[in-house]
Design a protein around this ligand. Structure first.
Ligand SMILES: NC(=O)c1ccc[n+]([C@@H]2O[C@H](COP(=O)([O-])OP(=O)(O)OC[C@H]3O[C@@H](n4cnc5c(N)ncnc54)[C@H](O)[C@@H]3O)[C@@H](O)[C@H]2O)c1
Length: 342
């Protein structure tokens, strides 16, 4: 099978590609290697894949309509996994226009190309952030009360609708996957798991809001890859499906686990709970189990151990990033506690 993966060099994209290559697929990767975080890190994410003759990377901006059209004309693409996006909730509040351009307009363009080129299946990376603050727990896909609470979340919700429109109008088979706080090796440096590990290993202060009893449904990247590939292989007309772990972990416990695996103590500054903080996120994964056979396997203890080990060898070992270069401050309440993820 020939699979187009956009956002190829990113955290989730690089893991998805490794799995597709492992099982014998041919992968056409697209990424503009932008500097939202280190382009060098993104290149390193693909170091192994680039050695494989069944992988080709095209450095293209998905907003470049002509380049994307020419790609579809040249490459024998049969299915699409669309992961390229401006991710990150806080940055979307600071710069909503670019989020709309990349996440909505370019997705509309890609859906149009997919419809015209008889693509057999289109898998789109949506986000648990679409649920917002009013949704009931555990978050389930058909909740009528979802209110995206950031420009980023709004772009993901809008793209789900565009996928549905393309399915309804042109018969394109689409599955929108709502990922829940994905973590693991090659994790995004603007997300809470990375920032916590970084702060604890570097001996920097981190801010804990409230008593640390807010909780997130952290999902290990290998489990998300399982669900994504299952969606690619499934023959579903149109679906929106949660990919989470369904086992929320409190902030306090999360920090304790990192302390344990890194054998270092966190320097914690306490601060009052922030207005608008979502106390808990949790995915209802009944639908993913039923339609995709999805069953997350990696417990938080095992996943965090692997993540800390990776950070030691790949980030500290390579001397790649220091805390002063991180795109968002560790004490940023929105990223660490107040947002679902990006
Ligand atoms: N990581 C999570 O917890 C999480 C949660 C929910 C949803 N998601 C979604 O999953 C997808 C992958 O997320 P990730 O964590 O791997 O993020 P990432 O930032 O590591 O990967 C996204 C990739 O897309 C590329 N990209 C961005 N704009 C582009 C453009 N205009 N043209 C071409 N390439 C472009 C980036 O260079 C990057 O390599 C995103 O759509 C994200 O919104 C992620």
């Amino acid at each position: 099978m020939n699979v187009l993966v956009t956002g190829a060099a990113g955290f989730i994209g690089s893991h998805v590609i490794a799995r597709l290559l492992q099982r014998g697929d041919t992968v056409i990767g697209v990424d503009n290697l932008n500097d939202y975080y280190s382009p060098n890190r993104k290149r390193r994410n693909l170091a192994q894949a680039l050695l494989n003759p069944r992988f080709r990377l095209h450095e293209i901006d998905i907003r470049d309509r002509r380049a994307m059209e020419s790609l579809f004309a040249r490459e024998p693409i049969s299915k699409v996994i669309h992961l390229a996006a401006m991710a990150g909730v806080r940055a979307s509040i600071l710069n909503p226009a670019v989020y709309k351009e990349v996440n909505v307009d370019a997705t509309a363009g890609l859906l149009d190309l997919a419809s015209r080129h008889d693509i057999a299946n289109f898998v789109f990376a949506s986000s648990s952030s679409v649920y917002g603050e009013a949704a009931r727990l555990p978050f389930f896909e058909d909740d009528p009360d979802i209110v995206p609470a950031s420009p980023y979340a709004a772009t993901k919700r809008a793209s789900e609708q565009l996928c549905f429109d393309c399915h309804r109008l042109y018969g394109l088979r689409c599955t929108c996957l709502r990922y829940f706080t994905v973590y693991g090796p090659r994790g995004r440096p603007d997300m809470a798991p990375y920032l916590f590990v970084q702060a604890i290993l570097e001996g920097s202060e981190l801010t804990m809001f409230g008593q640390g009893d807010s909780a997130r449904d952290y999902t290990y990247v290998d489990d998300v890859v399982d669900g994504t590939i299952a969606a690619l292989d499934a023959d579903l007309p149109f679906e929106i499906i949660n990919l989470g772990n369904s086992r929320p972990v409190t902030l306090r416990h999360f920090i304790q686990l990192i302390e344990h695996f890194s054998r270092q103590s966190a320097i914690i500054r306490r601060a009052p709970v922030q207005r608008g903080d979502i106390p808990i996120t949790c995915a209802d994964i009944t639908k993913a189990k039923r339609l995709l056979g999805y069953s997350p396997k990696v417990e938080i203890e095992e996943g965090l151990q692997r993540f800390v080990d990776w950070y030691h060898t790949d980030v500290v070992g390579q001397g790649e990033i220091s805390i002063s270069q991180a795109p968002l401050a560790v004490g940023d309440s929105r990223e660490l506690v107040g947002t679902v993820e990006g």
